[in-house]
Write a protein that binds this ligand. Structure first.
Ligand code: UGA
Length: 447
């Protein structure tokens, strides 16, 4: 008989996972403790902008034309317990207020609420990013609380989806990692992921701690790559080198690779910054803090980029204060194809300049509403052209396709000064200079 799947938590991860499971052919019941979220999803809408996700939802949420009807929602834990053979826990684990460690309260409350309803054989599968050692502890909670006893089991299956590419990453994962304690758990997960495995996704079976560590170490490696190239940008800046050329040249070495070597104002978002901090905190608890002290440097290189962008702008404007200067900021989200402004380097830079007296006008293709909520005192414009109108400097801070396609000549007609600072090294300097702009980017030659 086909497996029945439940998904607990319908944020980024959960909403995407639930829709993907329905797409793979399973009956899915998803639970969230926030009623509004569920009501939105039932209307085929998502609380965040994620390309392709609403379309995927509407293919499976009942009531839409041609829908499979396989994806339903509830707030009833007993219904979830009775329905599922496999329960995916997809709640978030944010950074704790005032600490590096991550806040496990949502995971703990999800497991605590679900376990007493596990009366029949079931596999609970953790997907949230957690400190190593959590799965072992949560397995004990399930063993204590589940009426099914040993028939209710835990597995850990970290998620590697990228915002903006969440649907594709979930349906066609580049690897599937499962931490399991029994052959039954492994067999069930092979059944769940039969389609992607059939398409060639590698299936890596590990113990609990390794599965948990795969996730945090992958994000630490990515963060390290970005901070590495940003450190090289600082050296290039001092030595008059060109970090973009340098990245291209080292990237041809396939041991190094081209990806994640784009220098700029650094990484942000809801994952990389908090994950490396939580990883350091956990290593400290385990007495292995020395192994991860380098991550402190990765974090500080990253945070320094934001300040350096502000300085670059100040210097380019003549070195004085920002008072009376009009600054156009292109981009507010932490990355393109997302409306997420959590720990966004772009918004941070915009905010710093604003707080130093600059008149900042922000435009972002999808992040305006979230940016306004976080930073209501910044100026906002409805288009790039409007943001740039009258500007003394234009800062390109999130690498949206729309910004690469801008016409520098047209923008030049409305700007007060043709000064563009590329905080993402994503624009073509030749094009902008040809249209009479002064183009500056960290770690790139001035002309
Ligand atoms: C990251 C990981 O890439 C995913 O594999 C992981 O599943 C996810 O976190 C998670 O833990 O849930 P995401 O937060 O969507 O995904 O963002 P990334 O694509 O990793 O980008 C992070 C930041 O790095 C962005 O601000 C981006 O602009 C910046 N970045 C990226 C650079 O500054 N340079 C680069 O070369 C690449």
């Amino acid at each position: 008989m086909a497996l029945k799947i439940t998904v607990i938590g319908t944020g980024y991860l959960g909403a995407t996972h639930a829709a993907a499971m329905a797409e793979l052919g399973f009956e899915v019941l998803a639970l969230d403790v926030v009623r509004e979220k569920i009501e939105m999803l039932e209307r085929g809408e998502t609380p965040m902008y994620e390309p392709g996700l609403e379309e995927l939802l509407r293919r499976h949420v009942p009531g839409f034309e041609g829908s499979s009807g396989r994806l339903r929602f509830t707030q009833d834990w007993a219904e979830v317990g009775a329905f599922g053979d496999v329960h995916f826990v997809c709640v978030n684990t944010p950074q704790k207020h005032g600490e590096y460690a991550c806040d496990m309260s949502y995971v703990e409350s999800a497991i605590g609420s679900l376990a007493p309803h596990l009366a029949r054989p079931a596999l609970v599968v953790g997907k949230s990013t957690v400190p190593v050692g959590s799965a072992d502890r949560l397995a004990r909670t399930i063993a204590e609380l589940a009426p099914a006893g040993a028939d209710a089991e835990l597995a850990w299956n970290p998620e590697f989806l990228r915002e903006g590419l969440a649907v594709q990453d979930t349906l066609h994962p580049d690897r599937i990692v499962v931490g399991v304690r029994s052959e039954r758990a492994e067999a069930l997960l092979r059944q769940v992921y039969e389609t992607p495995i059939g398409e060639g996704s590698p299936f890596v079976v590990t113990d609990f701690p390794t599965a948990e560590l795969v996730k945090t170490s992958a994000n630490s490696f990515l963060a390290t790559k970005i901070s590495f190239i940003n450190a090289m940008a600082e050296v290039c800046e001092a030595a008059d080198g060109d970090v973009a050329k340098l990245a291209e040249a080292i990237g041809y070495d396939d041991r190094i690779g081209k990806k994640f070597l784009r220098a700029g104002i650094g990484f942000g978002g809801g994952c990389l910054p908090k994950d490396i901090r939580a990883f350091m905190a956990r290593a400290g608890e385990l007495g292995a803090d020395q192994a991860l002290t380098f991550l402190r440097e990765i974090d500080s290189i990253n945070m320094r980029q934001r300040g350096q962008m502000v300085e670059l702008a100040r210097q380019a404007l003549g070195g004085g204060s920002f008072l009376g200067k009009r600054i156009a900021v292109l981009g507010a989200t932490f990355k393109p194809d997302s409306d997420d402004v959590r720990d966004s380097p772009a918004l941070n830079v915009a905010g710093q300049i604003h707080l130093q007296g600059g008149q900042v006008t922000v435009y972002d293709p999808k992040g305006m509403a979230n940016a306004r909520r976080v930073f209501p005192t910044l100026g906002y414009a409805d288009s790039a052209l409007e943001a740039v109108r009258g500007a003394d400097a234009v800062l390109h801070l999130t690498e949206w396709q729309e910004f690469r396609e801008l016409d520098p000549a047209q923008l030049g007609e409305v700007a007060t000064t043709r000064l563009i600072l590329d905080g993402r090294n994503a624009l073509d300097p030749v094009l902008w200079r040809k249209a009479g702009w002064t183009y500056r980017a960290m770690g790139r030659p001035t002309a």
